[in-house]
Design a protein around this ligand. Sequence first.
Ligand code: SAH
Ligand code: SF4
Length: 342
Amino acid sequence: MTKIDIKNFNLAELEQFLSGKGKERFRATQIFKWIYQHDAASFAEMSNLSKTLREELEEIACISNLAPATVETGGDGTRKYLFSLEDGEAVESVLIPDEGRNTLCISSQVGCAMACEFCLTGTFKLTRNLSTAEIVNQVCAVRRDAEIRNIVFMGMGEPLHNLDNVVRAIQILLDGNGLQFSNRRVTVSTSGLVPQMAELGKRVTVNLAVSLNATTDELRDRIMPVNRRYPMKELLRACREFPLPSRRKITFEYVMIGGVNDSIEDAKRLLRLTSDIPNKVNLIPFNEHEGCGFRSPTRGAIDAFHKYLIDRNVTVITRDSRGGDISAACGQLKGRMEKKSG
Ligand code: SAH
Ligand code: SF4
């Protein structure tokens, strides 16, 4: 019999699982605390559960974990963790230090089905969704190595294309008996799956980042095929309607590609499109990678775009390309074991 992995349950589901086995529901809280707050690796450690319950659980259930196969540290302190999964697939998480406030960027899928033209992950197509446990275990593993302040779903995959597991993982991240993150410190980034954005907002309260990356449907259709299904008007409406944590703003991510979407005309259109939505803009200079003909924008284009928005009172952050030397920057994750020569 294959054992049930407890880390695939949110708290309510664990309660249900226990009551289905004729156990007291409140044991779920105790088990959650052992797993997520004391990092228990086995039921045997859970000293406030009876010996019989521990033994019974040991028979039918397990507590999965991930250990990084490799950890690389870049010159700027960015750390890339590569995890190999049970079926031989692999995913990456990236820890980005910022004056003691570390942000962990986690993956939600192996590969991605959205096929954005500029993204390396997209060129690998979708292999499979990550389970809830595989998502949560990236956090559990990195937390053994460093303190994590913010979590962003900006690694490999389109989180809203794996909605159920992502929602469940968020519930565990936010649970007071679980990983205890504030909802202000967890952000889901999407390429714009409109119906799933509404569904996410109904099921959990988290920050939302939307990868806009273009200011006309014509260009967005080309570089982000998802736009053909959900054009910008619908996407922006979904942004307006998204129930954020209090006093939070939507983040619009904008990958600046040299000569493609980096003109002042683009900056003007971006401002016009987003002006009625409380937002901040994240400018991400395109990170070049093999197999994609796009080029990074010039420093001049980045500065001019940034200044145009700042001068009009938009909150803008231009992301410096963190972790570029270890291929950990945005759009560079491939989640493959590098073959060692010989
Ligand atoms: N699938 C989600 C989250 C993962 S991608 C999404 O698309 O939002 C995280 C961010 O990396 C997105 O904003 C995406 O536009 C950006 N990105 C992808 N490829 C990139 C590249 N080559 N250079 C810079 N940013 C890139
Ligand atoms: Fe997928 Fe996001 Fe990359 Fe697009 S940018 S292919 S949605 S991971």
